[in-house]
Write a protein that binds this ligand. Sequence first.
Ligand SMILES: [Fe+2]
Length: 389
Amino acid sequence: MPHYRQTGEVPRKRHVRVPERSGALLFEELMGEHGFSHDSALLYHRHSPSAVVAAEAVADRRQVAFTADAPLVPRHLRTAKLAEGGDAVLGRTRLLGNEDVLVSWVTASQPSELYRNATGDELVYVHGGGGLLETSFGVLAVSTGDYVVVPCGTTHRWVPDAGGMAALVLEVSGHVGFPTRYLSGTGQLLEGSPFCERDLRAPGEPLECDGTDVPVLVRSTGGLTRHVYDRHPFDVVGWDGCLYPFALSIHDFEPIVGAIHQPPPVHQTFAGPNLVVCSFVPRPYDFHPGAIKVPYHHANVDSDEVIFYADGDFMSRGDTGVGPGSITLHPAGFTHGPQPGSVERAADQERTEELAVMLDTFRRLGVSDAAREISDDDYPWSWAGRHSG
Ligand SMILES: [Fe+2]
């Protein structure tokens, strides 16, 4: 979905023989979506990207069973109660999931293996710290507040900073893009969309690494496989196209506000298969003299709503204990709104400093045992004023 970029050495014509500096021919790879009928990139490798010398199945300890949220209750998941450490791929704890998306939390302290997800794009929201995303397209530095989109099939490695990197990870069964209503017929972000191309960051130069017998972990629908490559996959001297990993900082999302409360679609940032992702960012409150500044009660009848609370004060959640690092799940079938006292507390406020990421799924999410273990048992009853603290 991002616009055209070119990095490194790319020949003037595509699909022609290209000698590299040594005189040997480069290996051209076309990486494309939807059967090469959608966005694509051309990458120029020094070595064959197909030269695999070994393959072994790997047990995926992240694999969990998701079971129905039954009895149906809203949930408050406290990520601070999850174990820290590991890497940003195998260290993920899966909390919620369905056929379209897996929602995980990770606090990474060490580099990951080389990895690629062959089942869909990954959308990573960096909640704390940062690091480097090393990819066959080059290196992307990421930090707190970044959404990072790693396209399906991109070989990459996460290298957290010394202080680590905490992140919410969405593994999507398909592709993540921008809402079509933000785009012109030829794909440019329109005036009026809450961010533009200048806000998108991509690898700026190729990353070339030497090495032989290099392992790469591959997630497919059949599970995890570790391939061993004859030569290091980071051997791309140049690439171009409209398909590449990129970052968009939530702090570059320009909020749309109004005299009265604006509906959730004004916060939309990404669209995916049977899901949307929205950003709630610091903004002036509604300015009608009688405006109710926190959200009205709502029944999002086709969606399960997941909100990750990143920073700031969450006026609508009252004294429920929801704060930075919290995840709430408000499932379809449960009408929800501000907790008691929230409307009154917001009446004299002129701004909200809240920062949050919302995932709406159009199919029901299942809940993992890990999510149940960090659920606040009092949260379902907090609208009735019986929350015990
Ligand atoms: Fe909601």
